[in-house]
Design a protein around this ligand. Structure first.
Ligand code: GDP
Ligand code: MG
Length: 455
């Protein structure tokens, strides 16, 4: 396999930056661009050692650098690896990378280091996916959950389910093939118990998927309501209550304003929409309203804001009706003044959770946070439990669950053990695809396609 190289650190000016080289010739490639002060050669240096010296392109010295040596198989990729760390200016890093490529390495593709780690048996496919989640993790729980996956919590759970199925299938096959031998018959009850147990464990993984996704990727949230009910104030209060504002993308004032805020254990991608009103003649406002509706349709969570100091209007009622089909929390704002909104009327108009707040005085935000965690399903999220984190993993588990259900109903209807075994084999196969033991080249490529270069 070729020797690959890439800038492994962020593409921005920083104190330090690293160019990573991996492959058969990593040590000799590094030797031709790096001269240690001690005169030692990288190719004569044992693994887990660092050398200090200069990195150069031909005669031209580029920078002072430290070369860190890893020897196969004890490296991230399982191959010989050298990491050259120098000053983190982007220009310097690009120069170093060019020198390394001139010396015979080829540019790494996105995810190629991790792909090699997978191909060399350093990690399975679900762990490789965890690497990517970990890189983009925002927040403590996302970090803990992905690190847990990287440690193999999911792999172990899947392997255990698969082994249980394999034992059951082997018993059944042996009993079918050698009916005369002294192989104890696995009773339908035992078989059913094993299958049900595995089925439940897989179902549990599936039920954790949405919460995990919410924690890892954040939730598309729309704040809707009539003009002036306090939507923008709520957005500000929520982003002010947590300092971790990551982005703030503003369109025009009549457009959708987006902020990413941490609320409780999740990241909300909050959109403060233009007030949704059916009847407006203003052309620009019409576009704003269209966008607001689009955003509303796309949102996984809606915060529907009402003004406590006014009676519920027809516009409010219409919005409440629209929210019936959504994951929605009804937020009664401005509870700090004289209240004209009738709570009993409101309760007849919605089945959604109702929370009373004063956005202006930041009152009730904790109750709102708890309501959000409850609604999204992340309340009580356990980052140490095995977690499926990608659609790919989910679809493998869904298929395996279907296979097991087929096997279970087959046993109930008294179909032949052979036919039951076919279903169990399919389930095992699908679990093997999840971990990558049986994944096709296309699946593997798909997994690594979205990785950044240098990982
Ligand atoms: P939007 O049009 O829904 O975005 O509403 P704004 O956030 O712009 O707020 C409209 C007005 O209501 C502003 O004058 C705010 O100061 C006021 N307001 C917002 N939240 C509260 C609140 O909790 N209590 C009171 N008394 N006024 C509020
Ligand atoms: Mg506003």
């Amino acid at each position: 396999m070729s020797t690959i190289a890439a800038i492994a650190t962020a593409q921005a000016a920083a104190g330090l930056g690293t160019v990573k080289i991996s492959g058969e010739n990593a040590l000799t490639v590094a030797d031709s661009v790096f001269s240690a002060v001690s005169g030692k050669k990288i190719s004569e240096t044992p693994g887990y050692r660092a050398l200090y010296g200069k990195v150069h392109d031909g005669e031209t010295v580029i920078d002072d650098a430290v070369a860190l040596v890893f020897r196969a198989p004890k490296s991230y990729t399982g191959e010989d690896v050298v990491e050259i760390s120098c000053h983190g200016g982007l220009y310097i890093l690009k120069r170093v990378l060019r020198a390394v490529l001139n010396a015979g390495a080829v540019p790494a593709e996105g995810g190629e280091f991790t792909k090699r780690a997978f191909l060399n048996g350093k990690m399975d496919l679900s762990e490789a996916e965890a690497v990517m989640s970990l890189i983009s993790a925002s927040g403590e729980e996302a970090r803990a959950a992905t690190l847990n996956a990287l440690d193999g919590a999911l792999s172990r759970e899947i392997a255990d389910c698969r082994d249980k199925l394999a034992v059951a299938a082997a018993f059944m096959a042996a009993w079918v093939d050698y009916p005369d031998d002294e192989i104890p018959e696995l009773s339908d009850d035992e078989m059913t118990n094993t299958l049900t147990d595995v089925h439940n464990r897989l179902e549990k993984l599936l039920s954790g998927f949405d919460a995990g996704k919410a924690i890892l990727e954040g939730i598309d949230t729309a704040i809707v309501g009539r003009p002036n009910v306090g939507k923008s104030t709520l957005l500000n209060a929520l982003s002010g209550s947590e300092r971790a504002i990551v982005t703030s993308v503003a369109g025009t004032t009549r457009d959708v304003l987006e902020e990413t805020v941490r609320v409780g254990n999740i990241t909300l991608r909050l959109a403060d929409t233009a007030g949704i009103r059916e009847n407006t003649d203003d052309e620009i406002e019409k576009i704003g309203v269209e966008r607001a509706k689009e955003r509303f349709d796309r949102a996984s969570l809606v915060l529907m804001v009402l003004d406590a100091q006014n009676e519920i209007s027809d516009d409010d009622k219409e919005l409440l009706a629209m929210c019936k089909r959504k994951n929605c929390i009804v937020v009664v704002n401005k509870t700090d003044g004289e209240i004209r909104l009738s709570m009993s009327e409101l309760k007849t108009l919605t089945d959604n959770t109702i929370v009373e707040i004063s956005a202006k005085n930041s009152l009730g935000l904790e109750t709102l946070t708890n309501a959000i965690e409850e609604t999204v399903g992340t309340a009580g999220f356990d980052p140490s439990a095995p977690l499926i984190t990608t659609e790919r993993q989910r679809s493998c588990v869904v298929k395996a669950v279907e296979n097991i259900e087929e096997a279970l109903s087959g046993i109930q209807m008294g179909i032949t053990p052979d036919a039951v075994n076919v279903c169990i084999d399919c389930a095992i196969e699908n679990l093997c695809v999840l971990t990558g033991e049986k994944a096709t080249q296309t699946v593997v490529d798909e997994v690594f396609k979205n990785f950044c270069v240098g990982k």
